[in-house]
Each structure stands twice: as C-alpha cells, then as structure tokens.
Design a binder for this molecule. Structure first.
Ligand SMILES: NC(=O)c1ccc[n+]([C@@H]2O[C@H](COP(=O)([O-])OP(=O)(O)OC[C@H]3O[C@@H](n4cnc5c(N)ncnc54)[C@H](O)[C@@H]3O)[C@@H](O)[C@H]2O)c1
Length: 371
C-alpha cells in the first residue's frame, strides 16, 4: 500500500477497525453518485486541533476494501503530520475510486465537491496522487473547503517550494544535532530523485555551500539540475548513491528506499529527505540507529507542502507560510532531543510529540467559548 504522506510508527495494522488498539476515526463517509460515476470515501481521523485537512487521492484501487484501508491510514497520518506542523488542523483524507485518466470529469468532481461541502467544513480537501490544482478549482465551484487551488484563484501554487525548504530546515537541524553546527557548507549530500522537490533542494544546498550528488531515473530531470548547477555530481542509480561517500542521504523519489538490504549498506550519517515512507518497515529505523545513523522522520521534515496549502485557508501569504515552514528546524531538533532523552528512535519520539499536542491542545477545545 502506498502512502504519500507517511505513516506514523504505531501503525502496524489496520486502524480504526473493530479490535484495533488504535483510536477510532471520528467519521468515515461513503459518497456515491451513480450518474457521474463518483464513488469516494472521506475519512476524518481527528478534528481535535481543527478541521481535518488532507488531499484527495484519485486511484484505481483493486477493491473497496483496499481504498478504505488506504484512506483510514492516510487520514491518521495527516493528523500526526498536521499536529507536528503546528497547524490548527486535524487529520483527514479522501479517496476517489477510479482511473483519473479515464474517469475524471467535471460532473464527477463537482458531485464530489457537493459531498465535501455537506460536511460543513469538518474536512478541507487538497491535491494528492491523481488530482491537481485545476481539479481543486472545479471542486471549489461546489464547495468552500478546498485548498491546493491554482494561483489565479488565490491558491498556493506548487507545494514543492516549501516542501524542499522544510526538508532543508530538517537537514540543518540534523546537522546541528549531530555536529553542533547548523551550516551545511562542505557537507556531502546525496539526493535520490531530482523531481519537483529534489531539484529545489539542490538549489538550497548549493546556495549553502554543500557538495551535492544526485541520481534520477529520468535523464531530463538530471539535465535540468546540471544546467543550473554544473558542479553537481551524478551517479548511476540509487544503489550507487546508497554506498557513496556521503554525510547526508536525502530520499526524494519514491517510498521504501531504505529496507533490509539497503539500510546496512548506507554510508551516510544522516537520512533526511522528502519521500514518504522512506523506511520499508519500522524495524529499519532501529537498524539505522544501531549503526549510528540519524533519521529525520519523513512526515515531519516534508510538512512544508501541507503548511503551504493550509495557508490558503487564511488567504495565501507566502512569507507567512515560509515563516511557519522554517519552524520545521525547531520541531526536528526537539524530536531528536526527545528521542535521546526517552531512549527511543526519532520516529517514535515524533509520534509521541504529535499525540501530546493533539491531546493537550485538543483538550482545550472542550472548554466552551461562545463563538
Ligand atoms: N511535492 C510535494 O509537495 C511533496 C510533499 C510531501 C512529500 N512529497 C514526496 O516527496 C517525493 C518527491 O516528490 P516530487 O513532488 O518531487 O515528485 P516528482 O515526481 O516531481 O519527483 C520524483 C523524482 O524521482 C525520480 N525517481 C523515481 N524513481 C526513482 C528511482 N528509483 N531512483 C531515482 N530517482 C527516481 C523521478 O524520475 C522524479 O524525477 C515523493 O515521494 C512525494 O510523495 C512531496
């Protein structure tokens, strides 16, 4: 099962189902409109911190069960991510079952928008796999609770801008924790995948004086980076990057790049990248820790994108969103410190911190105020 936003560690089984030890989801809504072909599931995990925000994934799931499992996991992951991003937003997510290439239509998206609207603001949607800003603009014709819109409609535009910036902040925190300095000058950073986020990350690193090594399966993506930064080194593939002489390894392609085979071969001392679910399973983090490798939890350092789109709710302001994304530095550092204090891996410390905020700040909502 893929997971764009990255799953918290405790999620080793199905969530929100009978018999699970996990808290249940607040609300799960099945939405069907036969005439447009819409079949969607919206899952709201928690609104303890505010309305649930999470993207709409348009994907040809093999079964309704697979779609349900995905949306339950993804919505829970969003609650953790939004909590640690310091947002006053809960966690939610939606899936539309179908092939976006053939099944997407104005009627379907607008029908979906009406269902989102029916939740009265408990759920804010955004882009995810298979949905784009233009789709959000269509959904918004029926619904007030839409982010990730195109800039012509006041949207935040390409979320990879602050995703890359946030990963860079996470890297600075990791270097500070490990070496006592926040400067990346002279550090050798390997980036796997120089697409939207990876390429912007190269810009930040070069500006900071780091040495950058990249790989990508797409030659054009490599060429684009080399044209901007001729000094960037290129290696053949991800396997070569893993064993390269690096200080920092930044997975920015697909999930699962660190697994039982690759983790023992990694030579870098820090892992910090944008990809979701970088660790094939939670045990990989233990393997990294045993080898003295510091892992910056993916869902913490890649939260810049959600911070960027969430800002649209208040009328998008890049300077404000960027200021908020810069706090990823402090959060990441705090997670490393908590992990050291409590003797747990950073991923576990991150989950604990998110749960603490949801419980402590969410509790305040129980104190009634006239609205
Ligand atoms: N864009 C965002 O705002 C955002 C936010 C949070 C998380 N993420 C995650 O960050 C990662 C990158 O996102 P993106 O928006 O840059 O995606 P993208 O599709 O623009 O870039 C991914 C790049 O990885 C390359 N790639 C794929 N397989 C590879 C492999 N085996 N080895 C090397 N390179 C490979 C692709 O060719 C592409 O250039 C994804 O995992 C995404 O889920 C992105």
């Amino acid at each position: 099962m893929t997971d764009v936003f990255g799953l918290p560690h405790k999620d080793s089984g199905p969530v929100g189902t009978t018999g699970s030890t996990q808290p249940r989801h607040e609300q799960v809504v099945f939405c069907s409109d036969e005439r447009s072909g819409l079949y969607a599931i919206i899952a709201i995990y928690s609104t303890a911190l505010g309305p649930g925000l999470g993207g709409t994934r348009f994907y040809p799931y093999e079964s309704e069960q697979a779609a349900l499992a995905d949306v339950l996991n993804l919505s829970r992951a969003m609650a953790y991510k939004n909590a640690l991003a310091g947002l006053d937003l809960g966690g939610a997510k939606a899936v539309i079952i179908g092939d976006p290439e053939t099944d997407k239509s104005e009627a379907l998206l607008r029908a979906y928008g009406r269902f989102v609207q029916s939740l009265g603001g408990r759920y804010y949607t955004a882009c995810d796999v298979g949905t784009y800003s233009e789709d959000m603009d269509v959904i918004a014709r029926e619904c007030a609770y839409v982010t990730g819109r195109s800039p012509e409609y006041g949207g935040a535009g390409d979320s990879s801008i602050l995703t890359a910036f946030g990963v860079f902040q996470g890297m600075r925190a990791a270097v500070r924790h490990r070496y006592g300095t926040t400067s990346l000058a002279g550090k050798r950073v390997g980036i796997e995948g120089v697409g939207k986020v990876g390429a912007r990350l190269v810009d930040h690193l070069i500006e900071e004086g780091a040495e950058v090594v990249i790989c990508d399966v797409n030659e054009q993506a490599i060429d684009r980076v080399r044209r901007r930064h001729p000094a960037v080194e290129v290696v053949g593939d991800a396997a070569e990057l893993i064993t390269a002489d690096l200080d920092i390894y930044a997975p920015c392609a697909l999930g699962g790049s660190l697994n039982d085979e690759t983790a023992p071969r990694l030579r870098a001392k820090i892992v910090c990248g944008a990809a979701n679910n970088q660790l094939a399973h939670p045990g990989v983090e233990k393997q990294l820790a045993e080898r003295g490798i510091l892992y910056a939890p993916d869902y913490v350092v890649n939260a810049g994108g959600v911070i960027q789109v969430a800002d649209e709710i208040h009328g998008f302001d890049m300077a404000r969103a960027r200021a908020k994304a810069s706090k990823i530095f402090d959060t990441t550092l705090r997670i490393f410190e908590l992990a050291a204090e409590e003797g747990v891996p950073p991923g576990v410390a991150a989950d604990r911190l998110a749960e603490r905020r949801m419980s402590e700040v969410g509790r305040l909502r129980g104190i009634w105020l006239r609205s």
